[in-house]
Ligand binder design. Sequence first.
Ligand code: GTP
Ligand code: MG
Length: 447
Amino acid sequence: MAPARDTIFALSSAPGRAAIAVLRVSGPGAGEALRRLRRGARLPEPRRATYARLVDPENGVALDDGLVLWFPAPHSETGEDVAELQIHGGRATVASVLESLGKIAGLRPAQAGEFTRRAFENGKLDLTAVEGLADLVDAETEAQRRQALRQLAGELGKLYEGWRARLLRLLAHGEAEIDFPDETAQVELARRRAEEIRALSAAISAHLADGRRGERLRDGLSLVILGAPNVGKSSLMNALARRDVAIVSSRAGTTRDVIEVHLDLGGYPVVIADTAGLRASEDEIEREGVRRAQARAAQADLRLVLLDATTWPQVPAEVRAVMERGSVLVLNKIDRQRPAGPLFLDGTPLHPISALSGEGIEALVAALARIAGERLALAEAPALTRLRHRQALEAARAALERSLAASSPELAVEDLRLAMRELGRITGRVDVEDLLDVIFRDFCIGK
Ligand SMILES: Nc1nc2c(ncn2[C@@H]2O[C@H](COP(=O)(O)OP(=O)(O)OP(=O)(O)O)[C@@H](O)[C@H]2O)c(=O)[nH]1
Ligand SMILES: [Mg+2]
């Protein structure tokens, strides 16, 4: 049993002036706090918005009129008794109600994340759902919102718990084999177990081999603009961002640091980086800029290589060196020099634009959005969204493979146990104790 807890309260809506503010109180004292704010009135009907006058519990002075909701445990977001107050969102109103809550014995302001933490501890959310909730609050684009909502709804958690349940069963059978060695039965059981382990390992592998789709969708597809000095990289960056983020000048070698902006391209999140122009330079700072540009290119999901229409079809060697399959090739300054004929470089089509006049930018954005969509689109299967999950799954798969190669049933079982721990770690339930339940179910009831 969890120890008796403090009752916590917090402003749940955004701070600052607003029409409505939402305050929540969670814990054993929530009901009493709600009664005292209403001059001792009875608790309202559960989960029903009720119009109420709120008063200071010490002196009865009116604080505000608003709506109150009462969610008795365990049917609340945290699993505890929860009172929710919807009041007027003026700063003074919010401050006075918070102050009054603070005067009630046993109540204290919540720490960051404390409501969610309680929801996790009370089994309302597993860890993947907690992460989904955090992502949902942070989601800036439509695709991110959809992924986060799916994770919050438990899609990932269910997948991992399903695998864990299969392992639990395998483990139980493995233990039984060790305890009751009957040779013929053992051979058949071992064969079936190996088959199931292989199937599980393959399922985990398939899930891991998703091209980091889910993680990319969370973080944003990273796109780097590369090219020779003065081709208009910073101008393009500003055109895409629709604001002045990077310095533009006619002097070659203007940009030195990597400059980033976060954009929503057709519902997909993209982080665009502007970089220093690629060339051999005597200037120490510019050389560092070029080094940073190349380092960023190496990490990026997608390279946009910018070429200059006024010097086309010449392409400097430094620029050629960063082109790779899948790079998006863009020809800038077509307002100064209109290229003739179809535009291709090594079989890859070029997107003609003018960062200055805006010509071709819309078509380029559409092309980039299409690529982002292809790389990030949600698959039917739930997507892995964090490195933490990836590492645990890799460790689980390695343990499964070790188990298959183990020299004794004892060692094989040990590896299964490790694999299960890793899966349990993802959803936040590492207790191997429920093994006992399965053994009981599968072996004692005349299997
Ligand atoms: N005519 C024309 N000029 C452009 C275009 N795009 C950029 N320029 C000009 O080209 C010059 C260089 O532009 P920048 O955007 O600073 O080029 P950059 O590639 O970032 O240059 P570095 O940071 O020095 O590598 C500026 O004078 C821009 O106004 C374009 O489409 N047409
Ligand atoms: Mg620049």
